[in-house]
Design a binder for this molecule. Structure first.
Ligand code: ADP
Ligand code: MG
Length: 700
C-alpha cells in the first residue's frame, strides 16, 4: 500500500521533494495529509439574504466592467456581482468585489460571466462588500478542504492525488456517496470485526470523507476512525516495546536490608517514599525486568528513592546508572549522592558531554571492569561504547525529556543479554488515567506525600513597577541567609543574543537594585562550559552566591533547599506546568518560600491563568488545568520529548478514544499468535513499520 509518490500522475521528482519537506513521504502520508480547515460550500446564499460578518457562498453574474487600479506595488481589481434573488427593501442586491493582485483570476472575468464567490461580507448598504473572496467558475457542493500548502503544491494537486490513490483516477467524484465508496480501491489495516466493535468507518470512507466531505458529520466520523487508528498503533508499539524488553530475563535481586542506608540519610523517609521503594524492590526480585514509572510532585523526594534502589542494586553485587536530561542536573545529583554513597564504598562517577576524552576513557574502562558502581550522566550514557560489567538497574530522572527509545537503549546494556530493571521518574504529574495510557504498560508508583514541614509557596503576580519593592524584599531575605532565583524566559538555549540577556540582566540587578556588597549575584545558562556550571552550582549551594539569574535550565530537578525566593520574569510566556516546575525549585525545605510572577501583560485570559496559578500548589490540579488550556501539543512542549506527536488524535478531546484504543490493542495482542492471523496481516505490517520508524526517529 505504501508506494513512492512519483507513481502518482502529476508528481515528479521536484514536487516529491517539496512534499517531503511537508512531511509527506509515502502515499500513505498523502492520504493522511489532513485539511487544516474546510470551506463550507454546501449551500448558496441569495445576495438579498446575506448578513454582515457571515461567510457565504454566492452565485451570480459579473454586472460591471472590471476596474483596475494600481497603488504602489499592488494591483487592485473591483467589480460588481448580482444574482437572480428578488429585490428586498433594505437588503443588498449587489456585491462589490475587491481582489488584490490576483491577476490570474481577474483576467478570466468579464461582464456577464457566471461565477461563484466565497468570502466574508464586510460593509452593508445596498452593496455588500467582499474583499479577496475565493472566486470560482464552477462549483461542487460540499465542504472543500483547505490544506496547509507550500509553494509548488496546489490544493488541486493534493485532491487529484488523493482521488488517484482512492479511485485510480482523478475523475470527478460521483454525486452519490454509495457509488463513490464502491469504487474505492484501498485496503483497510483495521480488521472488520474491530471496526464493527468500535463503530468505525472503513479506511476508504475515512479518507474520502476527510478530503471530500459533504458535511461536518462526515468529517467527524472520518476523524474518529483515523484518530483511533493512530492511537491503536501507538498502543501496539508500546506493547511491542514492552514485550521485547520482557522477553529478556532480568538479573534477579535478593532481599537486602536497607537500614544502614536509611540511617545514613539526613532525614527519615516519608511513608510514600518507603512504599515506592518497596514496590520497586519487589519488582527487582523477579526475573523479568522491572518497568516502573515513579510519579511525584516537585520536591516529593524522588532522588532519595532512586538512591535507595541504587544502594539495593549494589548490595546485590550489581551496577546502576542514573540518566538525567541536563548536565546541570547530572552534576547536582553527583555532588549530592556521591558523598552519601561513598560511605558505603559505592564508587560513583559522572559522565556528560563535557567530560574530557581522557577521563571518559578511564570511566568507561572502570565501568567495564566493575570498579564504578553507579554512573550518573546525561545522554552520554546511552552511547554504544559505554559498557557495564553488570548493569542491573537503569534509572532515568525527569523522564518526560527522554524518548521511549532512549530508555530502551539503556535497557540494552545489561549483562549476557539480561535486561536491567528500569525505573523512570517523572515530575510532570499527570492524571492517572492519562499516565496509564501514555506510559503504556509500565507499572506506576505515586509519591503522594511531601516531606514533613513543607509550607505552601506563597505566590504573587506583580506588575514590573513593583520591582524596586520586590528586590528590597529579596535583599531582606538574603540578609536573613536565604537565597533567590530569577528566571528569564529564553526560548532557545542556543540563541546567543538571549544568553547575553541573562548576563546583562544580572549586571543590571547589581546596578539598579542589589549592590554587590549586599547581595552577590551570578548567572547561569545551559551553554556555559561544564566547569563553570559546576562552580556556580557549588557556590550557590554553599551560599557564596545569594541570587542566581538563570535560564530555564534550572527548571528540572535542581535542588538548593536554602533558596526561598523564585522570581519569574515575563511569566506570561510560560505554561502552567513549566511555572510549577520552576516554582518547585523553592519550598524544598521547611523554610517559608515565595514565588513572584512578574508580568505586564494586559491579556485577560493570561492574567486569569496566572492568578489561578497563585492560588494552588497542587501539581496534579495544575497539570490538568494546563492540559485543558493549552492542549497536549503545547503542554508537553516541543522540547519535552518522550511523548508521541499525535497528528490526529487530541489528548483532551479524544480521551475516550485513547481508552478504546488501549482496550483494542489488549484485545488483539492477548492472543500470542495475533500476528499470524490472516485478518491481522496488514495491521501487523503497518505496526512493524511504525515501530521501526519510531525507533530510529525516537517518536514514541
Ligand atoms: P524531587 O522529587 O523534586 O526530585 P528531591 O529528591 O530533589 O525532589 O528532594 C527535594 C528535597 O527534599 C531535597 O533537598 C531532599 O534532600 C529533601 N528530602 C527528600 N526526602 C525527604 C524526607 N523524607 N524528609 C525531608 N527531606 C527530604
Ligand atoms: Mg528531582
Amino acid at each position: 500500500m505504501e508506494k513512492s509518490l512519483t507513481k502518482i500522475k502529476g508528481i515528479g521528482v521536484k514536487r516529491a521533494e517539496i512534499l517531503h519537506a511537508m512531511g509527506i513521504n509515502t502515499t500513505d502520508d498523502l492520504l493522511g495529509f489532513l485539511p487544516r480547515d474546510y470551506l463550507d460550500l454546501t449551500k448558496i446564499t441569495p445576495i438579498s439574504e446575506m448578513e454582515a460578518g457571515e461567510t457565504v457562498l454566492l452565485s451570480g453574474t459579473v454586472s460591471s466592467d472590471i476596474k483596475t487600479r494600481r497603488i504602489k506595488n499592488m494591483t487592485i481589481y473591483t467589480f460588481d456581482v448580482q444574482d437572480e434573488s428578488p429585490e428586498t427593501f433594505g437588503k443588498p442586491d449587489t456585491v462589490r468585489v475587491t481582489l488584490f493582485n490576483q491577476k490570474y483570476t481577474a483576467e478570466k472575468l468579464f461582464k456577464g460571466k457566471r461565477i461563484y464567490l466565497y468570502g466574508k461580507a464586510e460593509v452593508f448598504g445596498r452593496f455588500a462588500d467582499l474583499k479577496s473572496p475565493v472566486v470560482e467558475t464552477d462549483w461542487e457542493p460540499g465542504l472543500r478542504a483547505i490544506y496547509p500548502l507550500k509553494a509548488g503544491i496546489s490544493r488541486k494537486l493534493i485532491s487529484n492525488s488523493v482521488k488517484c490513490l482512492l479511485f485510480g483516477s482523478a475523475a470527478p467524484l460521483p454525486q452519490e456517496r454509495e457509488k463513490a465508496l464502491e469504487k474505492i480501491e484501498i485496503e483497510d489495516v483495521l480488521p472488520e470485526n474491530l471496526r464493527k466493535k468500535y463503530s468505525l468507518c472503513s479506511a476508504g470512507q475515512a479518507y474520502l470523507d476527510i478530503h471530500f466531505p459533504f458535511d461536518y458529520s462526515q468529517v467527524e466520523s472520518a476523524r474518529k476512525r483515523l484518530a483511533f487508528e493512530e492511537l491503536l498503533f501507538f498502543q501496539i508499539c508500546l506493547k511491542m516495546m514492552k514485550k521485547r524488553i520482557q522477553q529478556q530475563a532480568a538479573p534477579q535481586m535478593k532481599t537486602q536490608s536497607l537500614s544502614a542506608f536509611f540511617s545514613a540519610l539526613p532525614f527519615s523517609l516519608t511513608e510514600a517514599q518507603r512504599r515506592v521503594i518497596n514496590e520497586a524492590m519487589e519488582d527487582m526480585k523477579k526475573n523479568v525486568p522491572m518497568s516502573r514509572v515513579v510519579q511525584g510532585d516537585v520536591g516529593s523526594g524522588k532522588t532519595a528513592v532512586a538512591a535507595a534502589l541504587c544502594y539495593f542494586a549494589f548490595q546485590n553485587g550489581g551496577q546502576a546508572c542514573l540518566m538525567v536530561p541536563t548536565e546541570i542536573l547530572a552534576i547536582q545529583h553527583y555532588n549530592d549522592l556521591s558523598p552519601l554513597l561513598e560511605t558505603f564504598h559505592i564508587a560513583v562517577a559522572l559522565l556528560t558531554g563535557s567530560t574530557p576524552a581522557k577521563e571518559k576513557k578511564q570511566i568507561k574502562q572502570a565501568l567495564a571492569e566493575g570498579n564504578i558502581h553507579l554512573l550518573i550522566g546525561t545522554h552520554s550514557l546511552i552511547e554504544e561504547d559505554v559498557l557495564f560489567q553488570n548493569l542491573v538497574l537503569a534509572v532515568t530522572d525527569e523522564q518526560h525529556r527522554f524518548g521511549v527509545n532512549q530508555r530502551a537503549r539503556l535497557s540494552a546494556k545489561g549483562k549476557n543479554g539480561k535486561a536491567p530493571h528500569v525505573l523512570v521518574m517523572s515530575a510532570t504529574p499527570i492524571p492517572r488515567s492519562l499516565a496509564m495510557i501514555l506510559y503504556g504498560d509500565m507499572d506506576i508508583s505515586v509519591i503522594d506525600q511531601l516531606p514533613p514541614g513543607r509550607q505552601k509557596v506563597s505566590t504573587f503576580l506583580l506588575h514590573s513597577e513593583y520591582n524596586r519593592k520586590m528586590y528590597r524584599y529579596v535583599a531582606d531575605q538574603v540578609n536573613e541567609g536565604n537565597q533567590a532565583y530569577v528566571v528569564c524566559p529564553l526560548v532557545e538555549e542556543s540563541d546567543n543574543e538571549n544568553l547575553k540577556a541573562v548576563e546583562s540582566f544580572a549586571e543590571e540587578l547589581q546596578k539598579e537594585y542589589l549592590p554587590p556588597e549586599q547581595v552577590k549575584v551570578a548567572y547561569l545558562h545551559g551553554k556555559m562550559p561544564a566547569k563553570q556550571k559546576d562552580q556556580i552550582l557549588k557556590d550557590f549551594s554553599e551560599n557564596k552566591i545569594n541570587l542566581l539569574v538563570s535560564t530555564t535550565v534550572i527548571e528540572v530537578g535542581v535542588n538548593i533547599p536554602n533558596a526561598t525566593v523564585m522570581i519569574i520574569q515575563n511569566a506570561e510566556r510560560f505554561g502552567l506546568s513549566q511555572l510549577h516546575q520552576l516554582r518547585g525549585r523553592v519550598g524544598r525545605s521547611s523554610k517559608k518560600s515565595y514565588c513572584f510572577l512578574i508580568s505586564d501583560t494586559r491579556n485577560e485570559a493570561t492574567l486569569e491563568r496566572l492568578q489561578a496559578f497563585c492560588q494552588t500548589n497542587d501539581g496534579f490540579l495544575i497539570s490538568k488545568k494546563d492540559l485543558e488550556l493549552r492542549g497536549p501539543g503545547d503542554f508537553f512542549g516541543s522540547r519535552q520529548h518522550g511523548l508521541p506527536p499525535f497528528r490526529i488524535a487530541d489528548l483532551v478531546q479524544d480521551m475516550h478514544l485513547f481508552l478504546s484504543a488501549k482496550e483494542a490493542a489488549e484485545e488483539i495482542m492477548k492472543n500470542p499468535e495475533w500476528h499470524k492471523q490472516p485478518e491481522n496481516q496488514l495491521l501487523k505490517q503497518k505496526a512493524a513499520r511504525i515501530f521501526i520508524q519510531a525507533e530510529t526517529q525516537n517518536t514514541i
